[in-house]
Design a protein around this ligand. Structure first.
Ligand code: ZN
Ligand code: ZN
Length: 379
């Protein structure tokens, strides 16, 4: 069970959005990979803080957590999606734009690097869509260049001057306290956000940031054969960059909803089919569900519980290839219950006529089990 996010961020339960943001920012700075190279504990703590922040920074999620705890969030389909990010560096990208960019606006100043930060978003599809491919709507928040000042942060027609705090270099020496002592590192100037220059009259539309957060909606092509937890990269749909830089990328995490009929194993699909015991003894043609309908399978006479029939090429497609997996049908032989008087007589007649020839055949799952048990007793 994950820890209480309020405890993780060390904020009271009635903390304001500002308090939560501030606390997360402080923790994130402390656990920065530059400060803690190769410290897996710092990385774990950052992930924990990021997960807590993801819950508490979203009013809907926070309300769900307040009322129902982690179970409520899970029941609502929420799962922290950090595990699919390769490294803590990627995590920083996801939260702050580029690594190290702790901009005053909360969206990661560019630190004079030019490129815009990457953005992570999530999309949910069902298994059928994963098999056929789909166009999915992705909604996410992204920082765009301000269209009034064209990103330079100055009210149109007003001058931009050299920053006094950093003398125009855009960089400042910063001292960070860590459990291992003080670390000095160079970071972007917080006054000019690493640009080295500040507008005399900040643009009114964007308060001088040159960028602003907007909600964006995008149709994303999800390729056939995608698996739960895979990410799709969409170039240039991430955060806008500083003047002259290229926008970051959008990474869409694909979640494939569970399908109660199938379990997916690689490209194969597995389903369970109930077969009445007399049908298993006699053999029959039966219908099984497929992803887009049903198909018929031949259940041979004398089928034993747990036997598996394979229907070729009715599994999932392989990503980017024409080859399909198979549909594996596990046969669940069902013994009839609540027999009527007549059925009982029939069953008794069948029982009385059974010989070894009926009962000893190829070794069944249970015969194997019995042999194993005997073997253990003998040992
Ligand atoms: Zn502006
Ligand atoms: Zn500066």
């Amino acid at each position: 069970m994950p820890r209480d996010p309020y405890d993780v961020l060390a904020v009271p339960r009635d903390a304001s959005e500002q308090q939560i943001k501030k606390s997360f920012r402080r923790l994130a700075t402390e656990l920065h990979p530059d400060v803690n190279p190769d410290d897996p504990q710092a990385e774990e703590r950052f992930k924990e803080a990021a997960a807590a922040y993801e819950i508490l920074s979203d009013s809907e999620r926070r309300a769900t957590f307040d009322r129902y705890g982690h179970d409520g969030l899970r029941a609502g389909g929420y799962a922290p999606n950090f595990d699919t990010f390769g490294s803590i560096g990627d995590l920083f990208n996801a939260f702050f734009g580029e690594a190290g960019g702790f901009g005053a606006d909360g969206f990661g100043a560019r630190a004079g690097r030019g490129g815009g930060g990457d953005v992570a978003a999530t999309v949910d599809i069902d298994l059928h869509e994963a098999a056929t491919g789909a166009t999915a709507k992705v909604r996410y928040e992204v920082v765009e260049r301000c269209d009034v000042c064209h990103g330079n942060g100055a009210e149109p027609g007003t001058p931009i001057e050299t920053c006094d705090r950093c003398g125009g270099s855009g960089q400042l020496q910063m001292v960070t306290r860590t459990p291992f002592g003080q670390m000095v590192r160079t970071g972007p100037c917080d006054l000019c956000q690493g640009q080295g220059r500040v507008p005399r009259s900040p643009c009114k539309q964007c308060q001088g940031h040159g960028r602003r957060a907007v909600k964006r909606e995008l149709d994303v092509d999800v390729p056939a054969g995608i698996a739960d937890g895979q990410r799709i990269r969409i170039g240039s749909q991430g955060h806008a960059a500083g003047p002259g830089g290229a926008a970051g990328d959008l990474y869409v995490l694909v979640r494939v909803r569970d399908d109660e009929r199938f379990v997916r194993e690689g490209q194969d699909l597995i389903t369970v089919l109930d077969v009445p015991a007399p049908t298993a003894a006699l053999g029959a043609e039966l219908e099984v569900p497929t992803l887009d309908g049903t198909t018929k399978i031949q259940v041979p006479a004398g089928t034993q519980p747990g036997e598996v029939l394979t229907v070729r090429n009715l599994g999932m497609p392989a990503l980017g290839r024409a080859r399909h997996g198979h549909l594996r049908v596990v046969l669940n032989v069902v013994i009839p219950r609540n027999l009527t008087h007549e059925q009982r007589e029939l069953a008794e007649r069948l029982r009385d006529t059974l010989t070894d020839d009926n009962l000893l055949g190829e070794e069944s799952m249970f015969a194997k089990l019995r042999r194993t048990l005997r073997h253990h007793q003998a040992a």
